[in-house]
Design a protein around this ligand. Structure first.
Ligand SMILES: [Zn+2]
Length: 476
């Protein structure tokens, strides 16, 4: 529309000019270099227009040839880029399909066609890795880690290689660098955490957990629990080094972070008792008993009793049991202490209550053993005692610290399972019957000294139920 308008305007102007010239004829006379030319004004205008057109055409032709090389270069570059990206894509497909040779071929092609090392280096490194050429791959990763835009990928590649080679020291260093560079990535920071745990670097591991919580890669509850364990381990080390003040402070902090975490409560109470803070120690045990009644807590409480006599111990446990009155463990704790100090009436009352409360058809082996002991000690009823011992063989085995990942059983809680190397995998639970046998052989083979540590009873049980009393000792 606009074009048509312009065209009509130009036509109108030309006709107007033509008419003007026709209406006002005139002549032009030119004297130049000895030539004399006479012409009409109309002819002169026509000649000037032709000359201008000629010059414009010549200029266009000249400029076309002048720009040709650049234009050709651009066409060539576009062609190379298109082919380069195609090679890159095909190379990635080949990596995904596990075709090492094709991946290598395409990566070389992409490298030649594309002048963009950040894009092609990763493909080249992966292709080299796929074809088993770790040396070449590590060269590419090295080069990548030197460039700002590919540094993270380079470090990541080098980290994976170090892990595969089992070079923990280098892996730890690389994971630290990569995590500092980009702490929001899940895998690298988790790898860093695992490496720190393996190396026993509890302080650094706690920092990493804080980072994971901050970046929402670990939920708050799990994060708190993990921090508690790591701080607890720092406390254990401090105690081993004789820094008892630091140890207590750290273990107390762990206890506050995870109030149901029994090892921290037990250690905190023992350290407080050593420092002469008996009442405070008792209150730590009481607070934990509310959340998680555990036989180890009862043992500590027994030692915290104001007097060494059996009655005082039983009273201390009665007081503790008040914090979680109806729990089976509360009844077992009182029953056991009363049994040890020949308070038959009280022992029977609480052991019977434990038997009733136990969630299962048959009371656990532990309850049966205590009842057997009571029958024999109170009434010298060997027959009834034997019946209870028979039942103990069918009851649930005693709870123990069992790795929830590999089934490993340990006498004392540990932060890392030695067998499967998982962190925080030990849970206090009833062992399944099959693994109970393996657990028993494990305990009796390796932990002889620990077999005699805990239960005050067991004399009549040892011959017949050796296995169970072993499992019980390992667990308590
Ligand atoms: Zn394990």
């Amino acid at each position: 529309m606009i074009r048509a308008f312009w065209f009509l305007t130009v036509i109108a102007l030309i006709s107007l000019g033509g008419a003007l010239v026709a209406d006002n004829p005139g002549a032009v006379s030119l004297d130049w270099l000895g030539y004399h030319i006479d012409m009409s004004i109309g002819f002169m205008i026509f000649a000037v227009l032709i000359l201008a057109l000629l010059l414009a055409t010549i200029f266009r032709i000249w400029s076309f040839f002048r720009k040709a090389p650049r234009r050709l270069g651009r066409v060539n570059r576009n062609w190379r880029r298109r082919r380069g990206y195609k090679a890159l894509t095909q190379g990635m497909f080949a990596i995904a399909a596990g075709d090492a040779q094709e991946a290598k071929r395409q990566s070389k092609k992409a490298e030649n066609l594309l002048a963009e090392p950040p894009l092609t280096m990763l493909l080249s490194a992966q292709a080299a890795q796929l074809s088993g050429d770790d040396k070449a791959a590590s060269k590419f990763f090295e080069k990548m880690s030197e460039r700002k835009e590919t540094k993270y990928l380079g470090l990541h590649g080098k980290l994976n290689q170090a892990m595969q080679e089992g070079d923990q020291e280098s892996a730890l260093e690389l994971a630290e660098q990569a995590s500092d560079l980009n702490s929001k990535t899940d895998t690298v920071t988790r790898t860093l955490f695992e490496l720190q745990i393996k190396g026993g670097n509890w302080i650094e591991a706690e920092e990493t957990i804080r980072k994971l919580i901050k970046n929402k890669l670990v939920d708050v509850v799990t994060g708190r629990r993990r921090r508690a364990i790591l701080i607890y381990q720092q406390g254990v080390e401090a105690e081993n080094e004789g820094r008892l003040g630091d140890a207590l402070q750290l273990v107390r902090k762990a206890n506050n972070l995870a109030p149901g975490f029994v090892p921290a409560a037990v250690r905190a109470a023992r350290l407080m008792q050593r420092a002469g803070k008996r009442r405070k120690a008792a209150s730590v045990i009481e607070e934990t008993w509310v959340k998680n009644p555990h036989p180890h807590l009862a043992e500590v409480m027994e030692n915290l009793a104001p007097g060494a006599g059996g009655q005082e111990k039983t009273r201390a446990l009665e007081k503790l049991a008040n914090y979680n009155k109806d729990h089976v463990e509360s009844h077992i704790a009182i029953g056991r202490a009363a049994l040890a100090s020949s308070m038959w009436l009280e022992a029977r009352e609480h052991l019977e209550a434990a038997k009733r409360k136990y969630p299962g058809d048959i009371p656990s082996a532990r309850i049966c053993r205590y009842l057997a002991e009571l029958e024999e000690a109170e009434n010298q009823d060997v027959e009834a005692s034997r019946e209870w011992l028979k039942m103990a063989a069918d009851g649930d085995p005693d709870s123990a610290w069992i790795c929830s990942d590999c089934g490993n059983v340990v006498a004392e809680w540990e932060p890392v399972c030695e067998r499967c190397e998982n962190f925080d995998s030990f849970e206090w639970q009833v062992p399944p019957r099959v693994s109970r046998l393996t657990a028993t052989s494990y305990a009796s083979e390796s932990d002889d000294p620990e077999q005699t540590t805990i239960d005050p009873e067991g004399k009549p049980i040892k011959n017949k139920n050796q296995n169970e009393s072993d499992a019980g000792n390992a667990s308590n």
